[in-house]
Design a protein around this ligand. Structure first.
Ligand SMILES: CC(C)(COP(=O)(O)OP(=O)(O)OC[C@H]1O[C@@H](n2cnc3c(N)ncnc32)[C@H](O)[C@@H]1OP(=O)(O)O)[C@@H](O)C(=O)NCCC(=O)NCCS
Length: 181
């Protein structure tokens, strides 16, 4: 998938000059440990004190299916790096009716997952990642994507601003779709 894109941002904090570089590149196999961490962040975005340890959480079948046996047809994603360190991930996977994620619509519609590492949130990285993923999927001919977001997760505002619309609501979460045609 896509090539690496760089955006350089420079600033000054008095005497010291700060140079920050944002890059977005295709998700590769050696990014998977980071993707697991981001899946955990997305699932436990409330950061409640009683959230399970990462390994325990990722072994639960409903989360594992978002990353297990990565590399299936239709799997894809992007990794954002700040100064060459991983800062966020967006990825998509297609499911079947008999085993699927929370935001399942149908077998042709990939489901999107996203998270940005806590220390990098609020700087536009999430918006950049989702927009780039949508652009790439459109180029590949994907007709629509879906996702599931809990109703009180502020991420919903990001999705709405990027053209996702609600399809169904169930148990405090909304399934949203974004037409790419
Ligand atoms: C959701 C998430 C990926 C957004 O990434 P980000 O880099 O922080 O987002 P951006 O800086 O690009 O902000 C994009 C928009 O997100 C929305 N948003 C995200 N978090 C928000 C918050 N805590 N409060 C208010 N708005 C928020 C805003 O609408 C914002 O729009 P703006 O640019 O007009 O302010 C990131 O906050 C995250 O990883 N959250 C935890 C994991 C999670 O909830 N994943 C989604 C599961 S469905």
């Amino acid at each position: 998938m896509g090539r690496r894109v760089h955006a350089e941002v420079s600033g000054s904090d008095g005497r010291r000059r700060v140079m920050t570089s944002l890059s977005i590149a295709s998700l590769e196999d050696d990014d998977l440990t980071f993707v697991h961490e981001m899946l955990y962040e997305a699932a436990f975005w409330r950061r409640a004190a009683n959230r399970p340890p990462l390994d325990t959480a990722l072994n639960s079948p409903d989360l594992a299916l978002y990353v297990r046996d990565w590399g299936r047809r239709g799997d894809g994603g992007l990794i954002a790096r700040v100064d060459d360190l991983r800062a966020g991930a967006v990825w998509v996977r297609r499911f079947h009716a008999d085993e699927h994620g929370y935001g399942y619509v149908d077998e042709r519609t990939p489901e999107v997952c996203i998270a940005v590492a806590a220390e990098h949130r609020g700087h536009g990285i999430g918006r950049c990642l989702v927009a780039a993923m949508l652009a790439q999927l459109r180029l590949q001919g994907t007709h629509q994507v879906s996702l599931s977001v809990e109703i009180d997760n502020p991420a919903r505002l990001l999705y709405e601003s990027l053209g996702f619309t609600p399809l169904t609501t169930s148990e405090g979460a909304v399934t949203m779709v974004r037409n790419l045609a």
